[in-house]
Design a protein around this ligand. Structure first.
Ligand code: 5AD
Ligand code: SF4
Length: 442
């Protein structure tokens, strides 16, 4: 009987790569006979998929793990699995498990392929720590049922990172950069499309260097061109791009692709050349601005978003002003802004001149207030214009309305019949508020 099935609940933190992993962990739970719940009280299995990119994320997750102790005491049969990036860091599971004895499974990103086995063993054994330091071949194999049946799906095209930005922990947890052959990717997308998928997001830490290290005879532009030809798919997105590898050819491919959405997330991280050098970013502000110019030249209607870090070690007021100057020169529709967080093992952790917290906070506030106004002005200039929207279904906050996204990935809410879900429609924007665009069907 449906109602008697054991239930799982997934809490996921971090980026889209992490979200994709969470989906895979969840699909393994489904294959093991669990069904999804969103109620903590009902869960027989709780999967916490973690992020370690900033200390604030880790603190939030550790707090959450602590809260679950009560649930475990009330329901001893409850299984708790803590997975993903944070656990992948050497020694973390051993350290945390001493403080959180109520957790049953600790496992990292390299052991996704072993999760089914871990879940089975957890019902017999009590505590399991399984954190392989080597990325396992089967860990990189996709379990395509993870995203099957969804309108929008994430597809990993590569894993790991080789850029070693001085602040970043990712290369240490996700390992060497490696790409999936395009045949595998297209096959996976073909299966997803059969399940009703209309939009795929191609995922990698640096999609622009796809295939290069593996010596493939094709690059990211070729991959995009090929995915663009796949039948019954409406939209292709990709994330994340590194400015140093964003070639003219790639910009041209995006401009010419039918299904390739005109949205480029291009983190610049810092506006000062001194800081960019210290960050090991391998480009200058002039180069970044030149790339933006090339993009705008070929894709005038492009939507640009970015990531910015304030308070990197050694960042002076003058350096910070260069960051402000850059957000004022480029009209980003959105910027993800972060205070630098010291991650042990990274190059920047040993840099002297760490910036005091109050200075980081002040810089972040100033940057955010400038960017927020620019984000609003971006949305305001959309008013009165018509946009293609992929209809997702009823809006969560306004269930009598429909919601969907533009090719630029902006959320639009508008009145319309539920039958339109899963289709492309044209919507005229009538008004905007902080995060949402309101419109009407054309
Ligand atoms: N501190 C603050 N922000 C960071 N990011 C990555 N590492 C750190 C860190 N140590 C930010 C970068 C990256 C985004 C995903 O997270 O801006 O692009
Ligand atoms: Fe977090 Fe980075 Fe891992 Fe993504 S790749 S989950 S942001 S640590």
């Amino acid at each position: 009987m449906q109602g008697n099935k054991k239930k799982y609940l997934t809490l996921s933190y971090g980026c889209q790569m992490s979200e994709r992993d969470a989906e895979t962990f969840s699909s393994v739970a489904r294959q093991q006979g669990y069904e999804k719940t969103t109620e903590l009280e009902q869960a027989d299995l709780i999967i916490i998929n973690t992020c370690c990119v900033r200390e604030s994320a880790e603190n939030k997750i550790i707090g959450k793990i602590g809260q679950l102790k009560n649930y475990k005491e009330k329901k001893p049969s409850l299984k708790i699995a803590v997975c993903g990036c944070m656990v992948q860091q050497p020694g973390t599971a051993e350290k945390l498990s001493k403080r959180a004895a109520h957790v049953d499974i600790w496992t990292g990103t390299n052991d996704i392929g072993n999760f089914a086995q871990l879940l089975k063993s957890a019902s017999e054994n009590s505590k399991i720590i399984c954190v392989s330091q080597e990325a396992q071949k089967n860990g990189d194999r996709e379990i395509s049922t993870a995203e099957y049946g969804k309108l929008k799906a994430n597809v990993n095209i590569m894993y790991g990172c080789n850029n070693y930005c001085a602040y970043c922990i990712v290369p240490f947890v996700r390992g060497e950069e490696r790409s999936r052959p395009k045949e595998d990717i297209c096959e996976e997308i073909g299966v997803l499309v059969q399940g009703g998928c209309k939009e795929v997001t191609l995922l990698g830490q640096n999609v622009n260097s796809y295939g290069l290290r593996d010596g493939f005879a094709y690059d990211f532009s070729n991959l995009l061109q090929e995915v663009d030809q796949l039948p019954n798919l409406d939209r292709i997105r990709f994330i994340t791009s590194h400015p140093k590898d964003l070639s003219d050819l790639l910009i041209k491919t995006i401009a010419e692709g039918q299904k390739i959405c005109e949205h480029i997330h291009l983190p610049f991280q810092a506006g000062s050349n001194t800081i960019l050098r210290a960050m090991n970013r391998n480009y200058t502000r002039e180069y970044y601005l030149e790339r933006i110019k090339a993009i705008l030249g070929m894709i005038p209607e492009v939507r640009l978003t970015t990531d910015i870090i304030v308070g990197f070690p050694g960042e002076t007021e003058e350096d910070f002003e260069q960051t402000i100057d850059l957000v004022q020169k480029v009209h980003f529709s959105q910027a993800f802004t972060f205070m630098y967080s010291k991650r042990s093992g990274t190059a920047a952790a040993s840099y002297e001149e760490q910036i005091p917290l109050d200075v980081k906070k002040r810089r972040l506030q100033r940057l955010m207030s400038i960017q927020n106004a620019r984000s609003l002005s971006w949305r305001e200039q959309m008013t009165g214009k018509e946009y293609e929207v992929l209809v997702e279904g009823p809006s969560k906050n306004n269930p009598e309305m429909l919601t969907g996204r533009t090719r630029g990935n902006e959320v639009v809410v508008f009145p319309g019949h539920l039958d339109l879900a899963g289709t492309l429609v044209l919507v005229r924007i009538q008004s905007v508020n902080s995060w949402t665009l309101w419109g009407e069907l054309v």
